[in-house]
Design a protein around this ligand. Structure first.
Ligand SMILES: Cc1cc2nc3c(=O)[nH]c(=O)nc-3n(C[C@H](O)[C@H](O)[C@H](O)COP(=O)(O)OP(=O)(O)OC[C@H]3O[C@@H](n4cnc5c(N)ncnc54)[C@H](O)[C@@H]3O)c2cc1C
Length: 466
């Protein structure tokens, strides 16, 4: 099909996630046939599900752990994200301290531990997912963003996650882009190839004895039997003592979760490989990942083979929480992203893009993990990571295992876990609310001020983000 891109550099871009397109994926595992017994059934084969299965097997190698995935492992957000591994469990430090000031030191510490334990697990099992503790720099375009980063660096450092404010005098050491006036460097931040991570977790789960079935959507939860939850698929069923739901933004199997998240589409484009000289030209000599600091922000990073992934900015919500794969291609957004890339780095005006794709983020009103139980503790769930789940999903997996075991731990005692978020309102209020919030956030990027609408939303604990 001819490209409809209006930007010449995008006209050869393949409409598929770069990571999946470039991976050596093994053949799909067969779907479930017949009835199997499980001590733990995990529903969903993204990071949340894979970590839950892996950690359950590490804790009890004899446990019969079964995982059902509706599509292919990592086919959704886990195989197509930016690969930024944040230490934050709360979608950033600012959101965490705003919502849970009394527990912020604990949240920061647990988040950093989670990031380094993830690194240690990858090393222990020889998972080659191009994981590098490369750090991250956030750039400011405006004086109010610069002031925000200066305060964020001070507060983050004071609460246990050191960060360095990059002043106007120093910014030339980090970038040659004329778009940026200041920044913040956070060393506790990693990058990973997201789909290689999925494949590595898949391999380890299989080696530890997890039974994985792909193309096996769980169709419902039958809790009528007191000792077993029965979960049917088109080809069979699982009789499980415990169930962990790791289905992220997809139609939830528990009705009570239907207003916890809304699907928000996030997009990225990938360049052809660049030379060392081209990176030197834009002043990007380290491997650290980059973002800009506005509400409508870009995230961008290098790949192992010297490309730049450039994503973010637009966060698209469709009326009625509509979701389908065709919405992951949005030419208008790809064109906008490419234009913003060239504007930020005019030195790279000749660079072309090889891939363009999108994915769905499970936006929640608190922007971060919600977890809990149903059916007298036999079913646990975790969802709501919004756009920052690559590392937080591992923590969520541990929370679900704690909850299913009935263990009170430092993790389960967090207010973030024990108190549930404000739900999204039903339509049409939801759609209108999201659009007003998006407009107000764009205005804040231009003016530096939060308008009345955003302040009311803050007071109600309601938010919208990607
Ligand atoms: C474009 C994009 C960029 C992002 N960038 C970053 C980033 O740089 N850093 C970061 O931290 N986060 C990022 N994120 C978010 C991150 O990818 C997610 O938070 C994370 O992957 C969530 O993992 P998950 O396992 O919970 O969900 P998913 O990866 O969505 O997996 C859920 C799985 O459940 C399966 N499923 C659903 N229903 C059923 C059912 N009934 N039966 C069986 N299986 C079912 C689905 O098929 C799916 O595979 C990004 C997301 C997107 C879309």
């Amino acid at each position: 099909m001819p490209s409809s891109a209006t930007i010449p550099g995008l006209q050869q871009a393949r409409p598929v996630p770069f990571w999946i397109d470039h991976a050596q994926a093994p053949a799909r595992l067969p779907g479930l046939r017949g009835t199997v017994e499980a001590d733990l059934l995990v529903v969903g084969g993204g990071y949340t599900g894979l970590w839950t299965a892996l950690l359950a097997k590490e804790a009890d190698p004899d446990a019969r752990v079964v995982l059902l995935e509706a599509d292919g492992l990592g086919a959704a957000a886990s195989g197509r994200n930016g690969g930024f591994c944040s230490p934050s469990l709360t979608h950033g430090f600012a959101n965490g301290i705003e919502r849970w000031p009394a527990e912020i030191d604990t949240l920061v510490r647990l988040g950093i531990e989670n990031l380094y334990e993830m690194q240690a697990t990858l090393e222990r099992y020889g998972i080659e997912a191009d994981f590098v503790m490369a750090g991250k720099v956030a750039f400011a375009r405006t004086p109010w963003e610069a002031a925000g980063l200066e305060e964020a660096a001070r507060a983050s450092t004071a609460h246990g996650d050191p960060a360095h404010f990059i002043s106007a005098a120093e910014i030339g050491r980090w970038t040659t882009s004329g778009s940026y006036i200041a920044g913040m460097h956070s060393p506790n931040y990693a990058l990973v190839d997201p789909y290689k991570l999925v494949l590595g977790l898949r391999r380890v789960c299989l080696e530890l004895g997890v039974q994985i079935y792909e193309d096996s959507a769980a169709l419902g939860l039958d809790t009528g039997d007191r000792t077993r939850v029965i979960v049917r698929t088109a080809g069979g069923s699982v009789r499980a003592a415990r169930v962990a739901l790791a289905t992220n933004v997809f139609q939830p199997l528990l009705r009570r979760l239907s207003l916890v998240t809304i699907p928000v589409y996030d997009y990225a484009i990938m360049t052809e490989p660049l030379s060392e000289a081209e990176f030197a030209d834009i002043g990007w000599t380290g491997d650290f990942g980059l973002t800009d600091a506005g509400n409508q922000f870009h995230y961008y990073r290098k790949t192992h083979d010297g490309r730049i992934l450039w994503g973010g900015y637009d966060a698209i919500y469709h009326y009625g929480s509509a979701r389908d794969e065709s919405k992951t291609q949005r030419q208008e957004t790809f064109d906008k992203l490419a234009a913003q890339f060239y504007e930020t780095y005019p030195q790279l005006a000749h660079v072309r893009f090889s891939h363009q794709w999108g994915g769905v983020v499970d936006s929640s009103t608190r922007f971060c993990l919600t977890a809990g139980t149903a059916a007298n503790g036999r079913i646990a769930y975790a969802l709501g990571f919004t756009g920052l789940g690559v590392t937080a999903t591992r923590f969520a997996a541990q929370v679900m295992l704690d909850l299913l075991a009935g263990r009170s731990t430092e993790r389960t005692r967090l207010t973030m876990i024990s108190r549930k978020p404000v739900p999204f309102p039903p339509e049409p209020v939801r759609y209108v609310g999201v659009q007003i919030t998006r407009w107000s956030m764009a205005r804040q990027d231009e003016t530096g001020r939060r308008n009345l609408w955003l302040r009311v939303m803050d007071a109600l604990g309601l938010g919208f983000d990607s």
